[in-house]
Design a protein around this ligand. Sequence first.
Ligand SMILES: *[C@@H]1O[C@H](CO)[C@@H](O)[C@H](O)[C@H]1NC(C)=O
Ligand SMILES: *[C@@H]1O[C@H](CO)[C@@H](O)[C@H](O)[C@H]1NC(C)=O
Ligand SMILES: *[C@@H]1O[C@H](CO)[C@@H](O)[C@H](O)[C@H]1NC(C)=O
Ligand SMILES: *[C@@H]1O[C@H](CO)[C@@H](O)[C@H](O)[C@H]1NC(C)=O
Ligand SMILES: *[C@@H]1O[C@H](CO)[C@@H](O)[C@H](O)[C@H]1NC(C)=O
Ligand SMILES: *[C@@H]1O[C@H](CO)[C@@H](O)[C@H](O)[C@H]1NC(C)=O
Ligand SMILES: *[C@@H]1O[C@H](CO)[C@@H](O)[C@H](O)[C@H]1NC(C)=O
Length: 581
Amino acid sequence: MLRIVKISVFLVVIQNFIADYKHFVNSQSSLEELELAQDMILDDIRAIRRKVWINVATDFRTLEKKIENVEKRCLRDGSQQEGNKTYTSSGENASWNSLNKHDNALNLLLLKGLKEEKMKTRQLEETLKQSINDITDMRSVLNEYKTITDKLSADLSLTEQKLIMATQDSENLRQNVLTLQKVQDNLSQDLNLVNVSVHSKQDKTKYMIHKPTFISEWILMRAQDIKFADRTVPHGLGTLPYKVDVQIRPTSGPNAGWIFSGDSAIQSDDDIPGEVYGGVVYFYDETNVYIEVPVKNNGRDLGVTINTGEANNRRLGNNHQTSLEAYVRVKAWAPSDFPEPDMKSDWLPLDITNKSQTFYELTHGFNDYPGLLNIQIRRRSNGRSLISEGLGATLIDRPYSGAGGVVHAFNENVTRIWAGYVSNTTGNYHYRLLGNTDGWGHSIIRSISAIKGHFRVLAWSQFKVTDKSQDFEKHEENHEFAEWSVFKKFSPDFDLFSFYVQANDGVNKGFRFPGYGNSQSIDSPFGGAVYAYSPNGDVRIWRPNPAVNGYLVHVHDPYGNGAYAQASNDAHYVSTLLRSS
Ligand SMILES: *[C@@H]1O[C@H](CO)[C@@H](O)[C@H](O)[C@H]1NC(C)=O
Ligand SMILES: *[C@@H]1O[C@H](CO)[C@@H](O)[C@H](O)[C@H]1NC(C)=O
Ligand SMILES: *[C@@H]1O[C@H](CO)[C@@H](O)[C@H](O)[C@H]1NC(C)=O
Ligand SMILES: *[C@@H]1O[C@H](CO)[C@@H](O)[C@H](O)[C@H]1NC(C)=O
Ligand SMILES: *[C@@H]1O[C@H](CO)[C@@H](O)[C@H](O)[C@H]1NC(C)=O
Ligand SMILES: *[C@@H]1O[C@H](CO)[C@@H](O)[C@H](O)[C@H]1NC(C)=O
Ligand SMILES: *[C@@H]1O[C@H](CO)[C@@H](O)[C@H](O)[C@H]1NC(C)=O
């Protein structure tokens, strides 16, 4: 019985195997397992068969023999005592009848037992036969699968061979795909860049500039008065501004109500008798804006705060004004007040003693005039850095003038940067990057004399004109007139007004040079146009007098070691107005 249970269990196992096998027809190992199981079952069947046909039969024979012996003995005893007489066997009394009865019962029992055993055996035989049939069925199923598997494995090895051959091609293909992928990556990177630049352009067209984060009060400044000659104005941005605009408002005179601009370098000193010099200069850093007006140092007290260049007929124009005092206000735009610059150069070295570090031509590549371009010059000293901005012309061509500053101009594709070249800086103070402080301010900038420094360019392509009826850029070809009604009313508090001289000829043809807020010129030749603007959008211009070697465009030889040196009066005016949002 146990064996049959075992077989049944195996059958179930095999059936499961077959079920699994159908799923894993490709797997050689499951076929092997199946065959192994089948072999084990056949072994079991053989063992059972042996037990039934040999062991059981032997048992039967032994039992039959025992019965035979008992019968024989009974017959022999019966023949000795007739009738229902008792007989003595092993010292016991028993009647023949009861013995006979016992014998019959035993016989019956034996027959019944034999019958039962035979029946069981027949059943076992039947089950075995069924098992063998099942096994045969399984074997044929197995063979079927084996055939399929063999075919499959043949197919497989064929495919494998094909694959190996294909792999060779595919390796080449893979390389090509990898290359393609790289190209695609590069393309998508480029696309992203384009997308970014398109988006930043689109973003930019959303607004022009924001209002300056910092706008100071109007501060009174007075030349030649130590208490009012220099100011430190904390701008509170916590970072270097992208642009600082210093506005100057006369306290009285013909230009009361007009606004002049601070310039960001010293270009004259107190050394020349009879020459009125001055204006307002400014420098800044991450914390403050420093404003200076003239204070006599070792020369003459002729420095002023408002200076349109009337002295010695140096500049032509109406409403000339020379004033010792004025109100001054600082506007500082944080980087976040502008869109991201479309061009932002690294900080590049300037060294007035090194010819190759006194001229640069850097590409912005807008193929159009920038909406705004600012250059910042940084001079480090004693762990402090002081920033100035670029100028629009060189002034004095006199070796010991103490004049300095960095000049710049730009066209549709490039910006040019000129610094003065001085081969030997011993015993002189001219062409320093920020100028020299002889005759200026008091303590703040005292002793700056920058020979080396760095500069960077920040440039934005055209900003969106929010109101189409309001121009943002205007040209005036006639440079001999003194007043130009250029824009409509605007906000001098928040907007940024710029004024340029654009060369019509020469090596800098098409380049725009920023105008000056004051005439610092005290010698000839000199250059640059001085301008002031009104909140009504008008501009007043004091141009250099050609009769005293004044030039609208003026970059003289020691600057840039002579690169693109030019002195010209063939130029026109350009005004731009960046309205803040
Ligand atoms: C023996 O015993 C049986 C049953 O007990 C009986 O039928 C038979 O008559 C007896 N024979 C003799 C000779 O007593
Ligand atoms: C054996 O049989 C005899 C005669 O029938 C009888 O006297 C005797 O008691 C019997 N013995 C036993 C143990 O029954
Ligand atoms: C992808 O760009 C990198 C860096 O610009 C360059 O080195 C590489 O050759 C380019 N790859 C392809 C496939 O153009
Ligand atoms: C371009 O950039 C914008 C904004 O970053 C994004 O929504 C858009 O899905 C980008 N387009 C592509 C083609 O990458
Ligand atoms: C001058 O400037 C060039 C260009 O920046 C540089 O390579 C060179 O080393 C400089 N020479 C000196 C003496 O500093
Ligand atoms: C600016 O540069 C581009 C590309 O080199 C050129 O096609 C274009 O003519 C230049 N524009 C000017 C005004 O020089
Ligand atoms: C630099 O100038 C000083 C003062 O003029 C002079 O003494 C010195 O010799 C000059 N040095 C050189 C190298 O020319």
